[in-house]
Structures are given as structure tokens and as C-alpha cells.
Design a protein around this ligand. Structure first.
Ligand code: PEP
Ligand code: MN
Length: 679
């Protein structure tokens, strides 16, 4: 049979091909025109902060028109939908660098580290993501291991690290999760890459020449069915450190009896020929990568976003459910939840949680606020553009349920949502959530005997937490400044002998480690409430913090100081009203009793009161303590001394042992009448 086409069929074929060529040219021209218009839209949106970037209503109507026209012209709907999806994806990619006001200038080069060599899936995905998110040039730098990439980032040799975090077939990549949480990295973007292995060898090599196949063990496992069906049982599987490395090694050694499983790009880069494609056991093999930086980066909240969190639940019953329902009640979708054991605390877990939405939006803010109440620690790893499901709104029908208007009316007329108040654990005691907790002890630790005596009297009065200052923030530099480390040791010993957890003040960042090693709770005094550097450091700890109100701080400023600690991750904060400066001089400070109900409405954090520093005079301490309890405080912190006349500081306000017992007795009926449990 002749291979030549009979002359009579040539003309219509050529005519049809000419039509195809012309249609293709038109298609490209039309796409270019569409994308130019898309750029113009981005420019308009950039100059107007409140126009949403992704307008789901607009995209839905574009899709409706597109599908209607496709149907009229006889094009299958699934095909039309797929085409549109690609076009919309590209449109969003074009808009992002224009909208991202923080983008690096085009002449700058951003250094991105990844694990592997050029041609690896990491390198391919990194190049793809960087082209999407920035107009700056990118230099990709390969490393042998994940920790080496992170080390280079921390040493300043890289602007970003780009690491795989999960794979749709293999699950989570533990080493990378560990690095993110141990090295305090921020997530600034994500990308997904469809892993598509080919079997490749040097040019001219045939399947039957092969004696071994080399690749990353995961790739070998993912293509096992193909290898078996090709009767490759006789062929040895050789694990290699990565897929592209396997390809490169064939080129370097000119090995003609081996093949590599790698990306098509790696095969081309290292001069190999593809022997087989579509060889993976499963079609959808997708890896998700994260772009990591040392510091958080702002991203546009108008872009459909994801927020990644790292959290440690508190030990209270139902904490996991409470954390999850904070998101479900806010209609916030969780895209990932994964746990990882805490190395130093057996059977305790850290959770990695990804949610849809940006931390700067009111819905996410509200849900995070609620979720925090179930956590001892919550760190926001970052908000960044969501690249896993950017078309969600095109896939789904609008959710059934009441219209937003009805919901608003219900919210306005219904009973106010009961505020859930957190409980903060302090050693074997706790503060908040319906209990009344007394903290008592001397202003300062003055000697071993003094604090041991104090611990005994505090315990026998039924108070569950012992206080005592080792570092004292004195108004005069000539006054007793505290025993420092020696005081911490005595306080710890007193706590251990009496079985009471201890709280003590920390005044400098340098002292934090010593105080953490000796105390169950750290106090920030009134004079340090505005010490933001100190607050930030305390936010990194896993220890409860007693934050006192600054003498001239408004409630808002007080709450913002607490926010510094919470934002660092530490959720275990107790607020303490201790009196403010007013024109009144008959008391040391004026106790702001109204701060108690105001704070309790504004926040879920426990609120206690210090009547001692407000009064400055022991006669006034008990009446103020009773007022604080009646106003709804979650507890008190009071100064008591075994021998007040000998006290080295604040002697006029220190209760005597008998006074403390009297105060406890007077408080009992008030606490009971409020339905609180006495701790
Ligand atoms: C204290 O509690 O010892 C203390 C110094 O309190 P304040 O910081 O409230 O003055
Ligand atoms: Mn004091």
C-alpha cells in the first residue's frame, strides 16, 4: 500500500488545516486581548483599596455566559469548563504582581533555596511560583538536605526557602514540618506541582537493555505497577537521592544499561530520551510546596487566601472540639489538620492547621479569637494566596440557608453570644472559667526563712498560689532591689515544700530563662506593661503570664499589651487590674473596679485584681478585695507578710497572717453568691 495521499483528498485537507491555523492565530490574539484587559482591571483595582480582587459573582457570570455560548455552538460543557478554568487561572496570575504592592523591583534578584538539583520537581515548582508572584528575577539555589536550605535562609544567604510539605500519595513530609515549627519560620506562599514521572535513558538505549532503574525511593514506589507490567522484575531498583539527580548521573557516567524515573524536564536537561510516559500507579500525584521566610510578609487580603497555624491545645476537656467549632461556626473551611507529638511531653501534640481565609479579614479574626481559647499556644505561620483551590466558587452551588440579611437580623435580635472565658493553668492550680483563685505572698522574697514562713501561712489560709518578687522594679534605685537569682531559688524551694505553684516578676529579657526555670507563672509589672520587647519574648514561651495594667494605661492599651503576648503564640495570659493614677492621693492608686466587667466583656482572658498596690494601706485592702470579687474578678493577688513590720518593701500594705484569714472568710459568701467555685 502506498503511503502517499491520493491527490483528490489533498485540497479539502489543506483547506481544513488552513482554517485550523487561522483559528489558532485568532485564539492566541483573542487570549492576548483578554489578558491585556485583565491587566487593566488589576491596575484599576490596585488604586482602589476596597474593590475585591477576586469577584466570585463576576467570575460566576463569566462562567454562565461562557457555558451558554459553548452549548449554543455545540461544544461539550466539561471541555468548556476546563478551558475557562485555565484562562481564569492565568488571569489571576497576571493580576497578582500588579496588585502585590510589596513586590520586589524588577531589577532585584531573589535567592530561593530548594532541596535537589535543577530539573527536580522542587526546582520546577519554585520557578513556577516565583514567576507567578513577582516581577523580580529569581536565582534558584539547590542544596542536598532540607536543614541545609533552612540554615542558608537563617544565615542570610537566601531570601526564601522552598520546601515540599505534603504529597497526595505519600502524605505529610515530617522533616519539613519539624523545621517550620522548630526554626520559627513564616509561610509566605504555597504552590502545588503535579508530579509526572517519565522513564528516561541515554539516547538509543532500549527497554530490553536495562539492568537497573534509579530514582528517589518514592518515585520507584509510585511506578511499581508499570515496572511489574513491563516485566521489569529482572531490573534492579536503585534508590537515588532525588529524581533529577538520578537523571544527571546517567549523563555523567554515560551508563547505557540503566534508566531513571524523573520529570520530563530533567530528562531533557540531562540529554536523555523518554522511553515511557504516564507510568505512575495513580494519575493524581501532587506535591504541595511552601515558600518560607524568616519574617512574615504582608499579603493582599483581597486575594483568596489561606492561613496556616501551629497550635497546642490546652488540657481541658473538649479543647479539640472547641478549636474546630470556632472555625465551623465561622463557616471557615479547614484544608489541613495534622498532629505531631511534642518531644518533651509524651502524649501531647502540636497541630498544624490550615484554614481558608486571610488573618486580616473580620471572619478569620473572630474565629482565631475563639480558637485561641482552646489553646495554650497558637502561632500564625502566615496568610498567603491560596493556590490549591482558587476556583472553589465556580465548582459549587451557593450554600443553602438563610440569606445574609436574615442572619444579621437574627444576630441583632437574639441573645448575645455568651463569652467563653479561658482557664489558665498555673502548676496544679488554675485561674478563670468559673473559679475564684487567690494568689498571696510577700511583695519581695527577703530571705529563705521569710519566704518559707510566708508559704506556710498562705497555704494554711487556703490560697492556691504563692507570690514573691525576686527582681523588684523599685521606684528608687536606692531601695531594696530584690535577691535576684538567690530569691528565685528560695521561692522555688518554698513552692516545692508547700506544694504551691509560684508566680514572680520578670523585668528584663535577660532574666527570662532564669525565671522560667524557677517559677510556674511570670508576672509583668505595671512599670513594664509597655515594654513591648519583653512582651514579645514572653509571647514565645510556654508559661502562663500575669500581666498587670500600667499605672496610666487605658483599657485599650492594656488589651493591646496582652495582644503582644498572644500574637507571639502564648495564649496563657491573665490580666490584673492594680489601680491607676488619678488626682486622688488618699490611696496609693485608684482601683478601677469598672475595669473588671469592661475587660470581661472585651476579652476571654481571666481578669484578677491586686487590691494591695491600689490601696497602699492594709486597712483598705480587704474592702477593695470584696468589691473586686463582687464585680466579677476571677481572683485576687494580695501581699501578705509573716511579720509586716520587718518587710523590706511595701510594708504598709502587707496583710498580717490573721488579716489574710479574715479576708478569705469575708470573700466566701460573695464568691458563693456569684456561683463561682473556690479554688
Ligand atoms: C508587685 O506586684 O510586686 C508590683 C510591683 O506590682 P505593680 O507592678 O502592679 O506595681
Ligand atoms: Mn509590692
Amino acid at each position: 500500500m502506498s503511503l502517499e495521499t491520493p491527490p483528490e483528498t489533498t485540497a479539502p485537507l489543506e483547506a481544513a488545516r488552513a482554517t485550523i491555523d487561522q483559528a489558532d492565530r485568532e485564539l492566541i490574539r483573542l487570549l492576548a486581548r483578554r489578558f491585556e484587559a485583565v491587566r487593566q482591571v488589576a491596575q484599576v483595582k490596585q488604586s482602589s483599596a476596597d474593590l475585591t480582587v477576586l469577584d466570585p459573582g463576576r467570575e460566576l457570570s463569566v462562567q454562565d455566559n461562557w457555558l451558554r455560548d459553548a452549548e449554543t455552538l455545540g461544544l461539550p460543557a466539561p471541555f468548556a469548563r476546563r478551558m475557562l478554568k485555565e484562562i481564569l487561572n492565568q488571569s489571576r496570575r497576571l493580576q497578582e504582581p500588579i496588585l502585590g504592592s510589596g513586590d520586589a523591583p524588577a531589577e532585584q534578584t531573589l535567592r530561593v533555596g530548594y532541596q535537589g538539583i535543577l530539573g527536580s520537581y522542587s526546582a520546577l515548582s519554585a520557578a513556577h511560583l516565583m514567576a507567578t508572584r513577582t516581577q523580580a528575577k529569581t536565582e534558584l539555589i539547590g542544596f542536598s538536605t532540607f536543614p541545609q536550605v533552612v540554615e542558608a535562609l537563617q544565615g542570610g544567604a537566601l531570601d526564601y526557602a522552598f520546601l515540599p510539605v505534603e504529597n497526595s500519595l505519600m502524605g505529610s513530609i515530617l522533616d519539613v514540618n519539624r523545621l517550620i515549627c522548630d526554626q520559627a519560620l513564616s509561610i509566605v506562599d504555597e504552590d502545588t506541582w503535579v508530579v509526572d514521572h517519565v522513564l528516561a535513558a541515554l539516547p538509543g538505549v532500549q527497554l530490553e537493555d536495562l539492568r537497573s532503574i534509579r530514582s528517589h525511593p518514592a518515585a520507584l514506589a509510585q511506578c511499581e505497577t508499570f515496572l511489574r507490567e513491563m516485566e521489569m522484575d529482572r531490573v534492579e531498583r536503585m534508590p537515588w537521592f532525588d529524581t533529577a539527580g538520578a537523571a544527571r548521573s546517567l549523563a555523567e557516567t554515560q551508563c547505557r544499561d540503566a534508566a531513571a524515573l524523573c520529570s520530563e524536564e530533567a530528562a531533557t536537561r540531562y540529554g536523555l530520551e523518554v522511553l515511557a510516559r504516564d507510568i505512575a500507579d495513580r494519575e493524581r500525584n501532587v506535591t504541595r510546596f511552601l515558600l518560607l521566610a524568616q519574617e512574615p510578609e504582608a499579603s493582599d487580603p483581597r486575594v483568596p487566601s489561606k492561613t496556616s497555624l501551629l497550635l497546642r491545645l490546652n488540657h481541658h476537656e473538649g479543647s479539640l472540639v472547641r478549636m474546630l467549632s470556632a472555625f465551623s461556626e465561622g463557616h471557615i473551611n479547614l484544608t489541613r489538620i495534622e498532629s505531631r507529638p511534642l518531644l518533651d511531653s509524651p502524649w501531647e501534640y502540636l497541630f498544624f492547621v490550615d484554614i481558608e481565609g486571610h488573618q486580616a479579614t473580620p471572619e478569620v479574626k473572630k474565629a482565631l479569637q475563639k480558637a485561641r481559647q482552646a489553646c495554650n499556644h497558637m502561632r500564625i505561620l502566615g496568610s498567603y494566596p491560596c493556590r490549591t483551590r482558587p476556583d472553589k466558587h465556580l465548582e459549587e452551588a451557593p450554600p443553602p440557608g438563610p440569606s445574609p440579611v436574615i442572619e444579621q437580623v437574627q444576630a441583632a435580635s437574639g441573645p448575645p453570644e455568651p463569652a467563653r472565658h479561658a482557664r489558665v493553668q498555673v502548676g496544679n492550680a488554675s485561674i478563670g472559667e468559673g473559679t475564684f483563685t487567690l494568689i498571696a505572698g510577700p511583695c519581695a522574697v527577703e530571705s529563705r526563712d521569710q519566704i518559707l514562713d510566708a508559704a506556710r501561712l498562705v497555704r494554711s489560709a487556703g490560697c492556691p498560689i504563692l507570690r514573691g518578687g525576686a527582681f523588684k522594679p523599685r521606684s528608687s534605685p536606692y531601695d531594696f532591689q530584690g535577691l535576684g537569682l538567690e530569691g528565685l531559688r528560695y521561692l522555688q524551694e518554698a513552692g516545692q515544700l508547700s506544694g504551691l505553684p509560684v508566680v514572680t516578676e520578670v523585668i528584663t529579657i535577660e532574666d527570662i530563662a532564669a525565671v522560667v526555670a524557677h517559677a510556674d507563672m511570670l508576672q509583668v509589672g505595671a512599670r513594664n506593661m509597655h515594654n513591648f520587647a519583653l512582651l514579645r519574648e514572653l509571647g514565645k514561651l510556654d508559661k502562663p503570664i500575669l500581666l498587670k495594667r500600667g499605672m496610666s494605661a487605658t483599657i485599650k492599651e492594656f488589651l493591646m499589651a496582652a495582644e503582644y503576648i498572644l500574637a507571639g503564640g502564648n495564649q496563657q495570659v491573665v490580666l490584673c487590674e492594680r489601680g491607676i493614677r488619678t488626682f486622688e492621693t488618699s490611696t496609693r492608686s485608684t482601683l478601677d473596679v469598672s475595669a473588671v466587667p469592661v475587660l470581661k466583656r472585651a476579652t476571654h482572658l481571666p481578669v484578677i485584681v491586686d487590691p494591695s498596690h491600689a490601696a497602699g494601706n492594709r486597712e483598705l485592702v480587704i474592702p477593695l478585695a470584696l468589691a473586686a470579687a463582687a464585680a466579677g474578678a476571677d481572683g485576687l493577688i494580695v501581699e501578705v507578710h509573716p511579720r509586716p513590720e520587718e518587710a523590706l518593701c511595701d510594708k504598709t500594705q502587707a496583710l498580717r497572717p490573721d488579716d489574710l484569714e479574715g479576708m478569705v472568710a469575708s470573700l466566701r459568701p460573695i464568691v458563693a453568691s456569684l456561683g463561682r467555685r473556690w479554688l
